[in-house]
Design a protein around this ligand. Structure first.
Ligand code: AMP
Ligand code: MG
Length: 487
């Protein structure tokens, strides 16, 4: 099993990480290998599923060229600063370049204790591992930047989470694992040199055009702000709720990362929260843009010494970068929701049209996914029955009239428009009750539901008969009200 490692993060100074190998496990078994991803990375799926490959995926063997390490980072968790978090149960094996030269981190998660483990056991269990597999692949199919999962293995060892669970390790593939919390780690220690090295590292790896800018660090901040605004807008477009948007879970590369208590909204309600630990709704669906901006302000604060020698000027500069967030977000959000409504050209009252629809949806507790999908059918003018998710009682009649009048101002045939809208409005999302049911069965050894769900989620756009059961909102007794970090 060979990986063409080229480990840029391992070349950073020693205080950026702790070097150590994963802790071996008793009896590894390959549970799932993401073959398409393996091929995309230029890795051989057969080699990965061989005993040698499995040993690597389980942390029992360190492949040639790997420089295993746990990354240091801090983070604001629910608004409270924790100066030292770090990879408490993950090991970065190294970085590989895919055939097109794109760089990816290969990280084992659940690979045993590290100097950052605090009271934790350094392990993960099968349920959350499969959940990350399923949901991150679904996000990818939805066209949303995300880390991915190359493989899931069981360890043959129990993990204790209230009760005994099957231990598991996932192999995470990411464009990078630098988080806002990585900057905070060094900033909080007053280690300006490390903040600068980290910023230079990120510029070299993710934002080389910032280097050519007149003010590279400001350009870096602007880019991260823009990426995060775009990402959160995409989340809102599919009803995704991350659930634990702490600054240590916000990737500088702009990927969705850490699928702990994340969930998708069924009935539209901007206050929707699932995470069992989010008592105040800090990370509710509709709060996510505000929280992203708050997190970015923590990044800006960490970068202050790099922005200007004059600290007043640096603060002004940071403020300007953060103040750009709402507009950037709004632009991305409008772009996404315009597409969802089948609008091609921007008009001044689009935001109002979108808000009016969402208000009605909130009042009637319409299903978010099916509601927008119903609009696709209405746009096609073929299958009026599919408008049922928008209520048969006339709650949307006025709004639909207004929308049709707006559509009439644009030249597009109904079928063209409907086809376009179907690419902006998924027919299926990983509904929580479906995910929970599939995981429960899989953990008990029956993967039929998991595989079926994975297959359907791989193409969420085109109507297919096998999709129907997965498009139904939960019955009252099926509703999942709470999700867990699973750590
Ligand atoms: P998370 O909530 O998964 O983003 O993790 C937050 C912090 O807790 C990170 O520093 C993790 O490395 C650490 N952590 C989470 N679960 C464990 C565990 N089972 N053992 C050790 N550290 C953990
Ligand atoms: Mg995390």
């Amino acid at each position: 099993m060979t990986f063409a490692f080229d480990n840029s993060y391992a070349r950073l100074p020693e205080r950026f990480h702790a070097r150590l190998s994963p802790v071996p496990v008793a009896r590894p078994t390959l549970v799932r290998l993401n073959r398409p991803l393996a091929r995309r990375l230029g890795l051989d799926p057969e080699a990965l599923s061989s005993p040698e490959g499995l040993a690597v995926l389980a942390g029992n063997a360190v492949p040639h060229g790997a420089e295993p390490l746990a990354m240091a980072y801090a983070g604001h968790q629910f608004g409270n600063f924790v100066a030292r978090l770090g990879d408490g149960r993950a090991i970065l094996l190294g970085e590989i370049l895919d055939p097109s030269g794109e760089r990816f981190d290969i990280q084992l998660k659940g690979s045993g204790r590290t100097p950052f483990s605090r009271a934790g056991d350094g392990r993960a269990w099968l349920g959350p591992v499969l959940r990350e597999y399923l949901v991150s692949e679904a996000m990818r199919a939805l066209g949303i930047p995300t880390t991915r999962v190359l493989a899931a293995v069981t360890t043959g060892e129990p993990v204790y989470r209230e009760t005994s669970r099957p231990g598991a390790i996932l192999t995470r593939v990411a464009r990078g694992h630098v988080r806002i919390g990585t900057f905070e780690y060094f900033s909080a220690r007053g280690d300006r040199e490390a903040v600068r090295e980290l910023a230079d590292y990120v510029i070299a790896r993710h934002d080389p055009e910032a280097r050519a800018a007149e003010r590279p660090y400001r350009a870096l901040l602007d880019t991260v702000v823009a990426r995060q605004a775009d990402l959160v807008a995409r989340w809102l477009g599919v009803g995704f709720i991350h659930g634990v948007m702490n600054t240590d879970n916000m990737s500088i590369a702009g990927e969705t990362i850490d699928y702990g208590p994340c969930a998708f909204m069924d009935a539209y309600d901007p206050g929707t929260v699932f995470s069992s630990i989010d008592h105040r709704g800090r990370y509710a669906y509709g709060n996510q843009p505000r929280v992203a901006q708050w997190n970015l302000a923590r990044l800006a604060q960490s970068l202050l010494p790099l922005l200007d020698e004059d600290q007043d000027k640096a603060i002004q500069d940071a403020q300007a970068a953060i103040d750009a967030f709402p507009q950037r977000f709004e632009q991305a959000y409008l772009g996404i929701f315009r597409a969802k409504l089948g609008l091609l050209e921007p008009r001044a009252d689009d935001a109002d049209l979108i808000d009016a629809l969402l208000e009605r949806m909130a009042e009637t507790r319409a299903d978010f996914t099916n509601g927008f999908r119903a609009l696709c059918a209405l746009a096609a003018g073929t299958d009026e029955a599919r408008s049922a998710p928008l209520g048969e009682d006339g709650a949307f009649t006025d709004w639909i009239r207004r929308w049709r009048a707006r559509l009439a101002q644009e030249a597009a045939t109904p079928s063209e428009r409907a086809a376009r809208m179907r690419r902006a409005n998924p027919a299926v999302i990983p509904r929580n009750h479906r995910v929970e049911a599939a995981l429960e069965a899989a953990v008990a050894g029956d993967f039929r539901g998991f595989d079926a769900l994975e297959r359907v989620l791989a193409n969420p756009w085109d109507d297919r008969p096998d999709m129907d059961p997965y498009t139904r909102p939960p019955e009252p007794h099926e509703i999942v009200r709470e999700t867990f970090c699973g750590t």
